[in-house]
Design a protein around this ligand. Structure first.
Ligand code: THU
Length: 139
């Protein structure tokens, strides 16, 4: 499937405007593309207790699953912040991507200035704790 990075970054930027970030004031948007070409937006949603805060990427991933998308059937994710440099996903979101996305799936990281870079789910979390180890027989 052809991945239109500009389209995904535009959708992510629109989602960023819907972020609920009254505590950090750091708004993030994401856009997740599935294998059928559907795009799921996400934004960060913060909480006064801080810990329940959900990042934009996880909002997109969990929203997609809730909307009926199948785990591992995703083609790309883009994220963007009002940052000088392309915004890199946090460690928790990287772990969730390992769970729900193909390892070679592109992760497109955007910035306010329009510059973006690309990596993959596996490259962003080397030596990840992988769900497959839970299938191994335990003593
Ligand atoms: N945040 C994201 O939404 N995605 C990231 O990859 C980095 C961090 C959010 C969480 C919190 O609401 C704010 O940015 C500051 O950490």
């Amino acid at each position: 499937m052809r991945i239109d990075a500009d389209m995904l970054l535009k959708t992510a930027a629109e989602a960023k405007d819907r972020a609920y970030a009254p505590y950090s004031r750091f708004k993030v948007g994401a856009a997740l593309l599935d294998a059928q070409g559907r795009v799921y937006p996400g934004c960060n949603v913060e909480n006064a207790a801080y810990a329940p805060t959900n990042c934009a990427e996880r909002t997109a991933l969990f929203g997609a699953i809730a909307s009926g998308a199948s785990p591992k059937q995703f083609a790309a994710i883009a994220l963007i912040g009002d940052t000088q440099e392309p915004l890199s996903p946090c460690g928790v979101c990287r772990q969730v991507m390992i769970e729900l996305c193909p390892p070679d799936m592109p992760v497109i990281m955007g910035s306010a200035g329009g510059r973006w870079t690309k990596s993959t789910v596996a490259e962003l979390l080397p030596d990840a704790f992988h769900p497959d180890v839970l299938k191994e027989e335990q003593p």
